[in-house]
Design a protein around this ligand. Structure first.
Ligand SMILES: CC(C)(COP(=O)(O)OP(=O)(O)OC[C@H]1O[C@@H](n2cnc3c(N)ncnc32)[C@H](O)[C@@H]1OP(=O)(O)O)[C@@H](O)C(=O)NCCC(=O)NCCSC(=O)C[C@H](O)C(=O)O
Ligand code: MG
Length: 312
């Protein structure tokens, strides 16, 4: 079976900032922030008695003209709803249908059916295809079923696009303690990366709660990038810059990618699957990675221009 084209390969998701939908001041700040994506949170950061008010805040926010609501410099907009079994999820999902963000983020996904139920509801409501589904993988069953859940992304009509790991819930459920290096969590994190890689989705690494500890964030972003995550979920604006740096291509990686693209574009490489690049074997599979990296750097440049226009 051929691997589907990654649906998200053209999206920048280095820094994915969670903004409590109840916090109007934080909502106002979004346009000035250089994150790639925003998760408007209706779930854990909003108290039960404030859910309705939080939904109203989002209605107002999305009704605003750009750059505040609709387009904020090309940032991807995701609304995290409460689970459908919580008593709040159905109203949240109606809001999503009304606002048509780029994606709806489903919390505490245990199995493929959790995704398909929402996918079916969106189809029934004739939601645009551009409205994707993201899934929080943050329960023991979610980790165990990560591959099956990712496979649901291949089901006809499925809108599944991206996983976000939630280590707060996972630690709560399993008793694994927060530790530098996340030693005992690494096998589970890699299971998520493997699952998304098999089915052409993206995976976003978990939040770091200690938002003042830049050293810890630096280490965790480097680790997440090395593991294969495309970005990090964040809770505070001060975390954006480090995430953008780690999950964007650095200068050396970009120079190498451009050299690979140039090597294969050379007429001498016509019909070759392997070339010698300064004493190193480079294959066409590296060309695909290189082209993605170059494309990503172009998207980053476009986003920076759009962001500068927004704040000036
Ligand atoms: C963690 C916070 C409660 C800290 O807030 P605060 O004390 O207000 O921080 P600061 O005074 O340092 O804020 C400085 C300014 O920045 C704005 N701000 C702060 N956070 C955000 C934000 N997330 N988005 C936008 N703007 C933000 C403040 O308004 C200040 O602005 P100004 O007044 O102009 O100076 C707070 O950061 C926060 O609430 N963060 C998000 C929490 C959240 O979304 N939680 C849910 C996601 S975590 C998760 O999902 C876990 C997962 O499910 C799992 O299981 O692991
Ligand atoms: Mg959680």
């Amino acid at each position: 079976m051929s691997r589907p084209a990654p649906p998200s390969s053209v999206r920048l998701r280095r820094s994915v900032l969670s903004v409590p939908a109840i916090n109007r001041r934080a909502l106002e700040k979004i346009a000035s922030l250089d994150c790639d994506a925003v998760i408007f949170d209706l779930e854990d950061s909003v108290a039960p008695e404030k859910k309705a008010e939080a939904r109203e805040n989002l209605r107002t926010f999305f009704a605003d003209p750009p750059p505040a609501g609709k387009e904020a410099a090309g940032k991807e907009r995701i609304i995290r709803i409460n689970s459908l079994s919580s008593g709040f999820g159905a109203d949240d999902l109606e809001l999503v249908l009304a606002l048509e963000p780029d994606a709806v983020l489903l919390p505490k996904i245990d199995e493929p059916q959790d995704v398909m139920t929402v996918s079916d509801r969106l189809a029934e409501a004739d939601a645009p295809d551009s409205l994707r589904i993201w899934a929080m993988i943050e329960t023991p069953r979610g980790i165990l079923n990560a591959a099956a859940i990712a496979e649901a992304g291949r089901t006809a009509g499925s809108r599944l696009d991206c996983f976000v790991v939630g280590l707060n819930d996972l630690r709560k459920e399993t008793g694994v303690l927060p530790q530098p290096g996340r030693t005992y969590l690494v096998p589970w994190l890699m299971q998520v990366v493997l699952a998304v890689s098999a089915y052409g989705l993206d995976a976003i690494d978990s939040v770091l709660n200690d938002f003042k500890d830049m050293q810890a964030l630096d280490a965790e972003c480097a680790e997440g990038h090395a593991m294969g995550f495309v970005g990090k979920m964040l809770i505070h604006p001060s975390q954006i810059e480090l995430a953008n740096r780690h999950f964007g291509p650095d200068e050396a990686a970009l120079a190498e990618a451009k050299a690979i693209v140039a090597a294969f574009a050379d007429r001498a490489a016509a019909g070759l699957n392997v070339v010698n690049l300064g004493g190193r074997m480079v294959e066409r599979l590296h060309l695909v990675q290189a082209e993605r990296l170059v494309h990503k750097s172009e998207l980053i440049a476009e986003r920076s221009i759009a962001q500068r226009k927004t704040v000036s």
